[in-house]
Write a protein that binds this ligand. Structure first.
Ligand SMILES: [Zn+2]
Length: 130
């Protein structure tokens, strides 16, 4: 897990199924569009004019935060995957991205094998532990 894997919206690409899969591995939101899903290429946050125009690294730096788009995403992730991207952003804002990654490692590393638990599938991408 590294800071370049934390997307502007607070999503940690390191725990995404697109990043964790072996075939056609996604390089992460901040990297090139190669192997990215359509939903990531066309993402409203990634393509947000405020973010890009002002060269903001994270959404919390935006005067519109939390905007409608990020609220929608946060709701989807809270409901479907039990994770809040707004909470992630607030933690990055308060404690910095390094501390955030440190805590992400505690949260998502498998206690059995040290692999990464995928937020989308809900179990370890390496050994399958739930
Ligand atoms: Zn495991």
């Amino acid at each position: 897990m590294k800071s370049s894997l934390i997307a502007s919206c607070g999503m940690n690409c390191g725990i995404c199924r697109g990043y964790l899969r072996e075939k056609k591995k996604c390089p992460g939101c901040r990297e090139s569009n190669e192997n990215k899903s359509f939903s990531c290429v066309s993402c409203k946050i990634k393509n947000c004019s405020e973010l890009n125009k002002n060269n903001l690294k994270f959404c919390f730096k935006c005067y519109k935060f939390p905007c409608k788009i990020i609220k929608q995403m946060d709701k989807r992730y809270r409901t479907k995957y039990n994770m809040s991207t707004i909470e992630n952003l607030e933690n990055i804002k308060k404690f910095g991205v390094r501390m955030f990654i440190k805590n992400e490692k505690i949260r998502w590393v498998c206690s059995k094998c040290g692999g990464i638990i995928c937020v989308h599938i809900g179990y370890c991408s390496n050994c399958g532990k739930k």
